[in-house]
Write a protein that binds this ligand. Sequence first.
Ligand SMILES: Cc1cc2nc3c(=O)[nH]c(=O)nc-3n(C[C@H](O)[C@H](O)[C@H](O)COP(=O)(O)OP(=O)(O)OC[C@H]3O[C@@H](n4cnc5c(N)ncnc54)[C@H](O)[C@@H]3O)c2cc1C
Length: 488
Amino acid sequence: MTEHAVVIAGGGPTGMMLAAELALARVDVAVVERRPDHTLAGSRAGGLLTRTIEELDQRGVADRFLAEGQTHQAMPFGTVMLDMSDLPTRHPYFLGIFQNQIERIMAAWIAELPVRIYYGSEVKGFAQDGAGVDVELSDDRSLRAGYLVGCDGGGSLIRKAAGIEFPGWDPTRSNLIAEVEMTEEPPQGVRHDASGIHALSKMEDGRTIRVVVTERQIGPSGEPTLRDLGEALITVYGTDFGIHNPTWISRFTDMTRQAATYREGRVLLAGDSAHVHYPAGGQGLSLGVQDAVNLGWKLAQVVNGTSPESLLDTYQDERHPVVARVLQHTMALGTLQRQDERMKALVEMTSELASMDEPRRRLVGIRSGLDIHHDFGEGHPLLGRRMPDLDLVTADGPLRVFELLHDARPLLLNLGQPGDLDITPWADRVRLVDASYEGDWELPVLGVVSAPIAALIRPDGYVAWVGDGTPVGLLGALATWFGPASAS
Ligand SMILES: Cc1cc2nc3c(=O)[nH]c(=O)nc-3n(C[C@H](O)[C@H](O)[C@H](O)COP(=O)(O)OP(=O)(O)OC[C@H]3O[C@@H](n4cnc5c(N)ncnc54)[C@H](O)[C@@H]3O)c2cc1C
């Protein structure tokens, strides 16, 4: 039986990001992926949100995605576009890039890292004991892992087999999504009616049309056909535009559910296996990547023996409420898409309110993921929030904060007197950098805050301790997040 410290079931965006995080932390990780390679049928998700782009930037790979996508500095809300250009980040935009491109780029990245991938193989079941998990594969092989992470999508076998409840809301509508050719020239753009949203757009090849159409009734489970698509188009547009040559037809619903727990012993969930929702706002893929970045370094520290298993509980404590809030947001956005005459009045009213500066900043904060605030107790506003990517001056010359996070290690940034902070007992785990920074400290949604003197930054970019010129609380934060002091 082959052994790995961590086995990930599912090599979609979440599984690949988690594999990268674990490999960077020198954990022996393997991914089991049902598909024969990373190729995806259809384009699927349409982009990346700001915080997710930042997280890729923290690992030095954001440019690979930016090179293939289109940036949009405004996001749709009801009848208006909300400006994002004043977000205090290097990436004040939504990056339009299809999931099949995202997965190709991610697969190329993890091919550069020590990640073992079992393509064309499916996890069929598992049994966990006090020391590990036996993972049964479809080809009669089995793997032994310290931990098993289910990144196996919304229908997650791992979640079901672990007996984890998936409470939430049943679907109230379904959409067909497809890539087809049409003999008639279709009207491009988005249309709303009482059933929901419909959209037709020409893809890059100039021939294929990407279709999203809301069905009049919730469609059956199982693969939709060209005929289903034609009927749905006729109902909305009065014609099927002569659809032919489909390369992809799929169905999604507004079912909204979230796993009751993200961990059952040595089995964890991330991405769609932990939460599903209507794709309004284009947030699903980004949420999964963020889950992976939150979980990766914690799981690595537990596997490497530097932190107790209880560190894993903070994954659920932090990500469950963040995702629950996004799920509420997607339900609201989805509801605003259903526009009968009365709903139109509500959409107009909320759109007008959303255009005002304070509501706009809050909504953009949620949608970008930049308003995430983990509750680490009282303190400076930066505590529990993501560290901004400041331009620093260091002994090694000018550096961005995110460049200091490329190796996914914790960072103590001392912006006070060089040599003021001593973390010798953690020097094997935490990098200490003396630096200076000239400029404002502007945080998303909050605005300008007072300049901290030091910040302890976790590998995921969230600030675990803020210094005001004294080391009060630093040793406690180091032990909480990065394990007990080494005896020297
Ligand atoms: C039609 C459609 C349209 C969407 N549109 C958008 C959008 O516009 N914006 C957006 O952000 N999101 C959108 N989403 C959601 C987005 O695609 C998902 O949120 C995202 O793919 C989640 O990534 P994941 O890695 O968690 O799961 P998945 O991408 O589902 O990956 C799961 C992986 O696990 C593999 N797998 C499953 N079971 C097993 C098993 N037992 N053993 C081994 N491998 C297994 C699968 O082959 C797959 O590769 C859409 C989804 C669908 C279906």
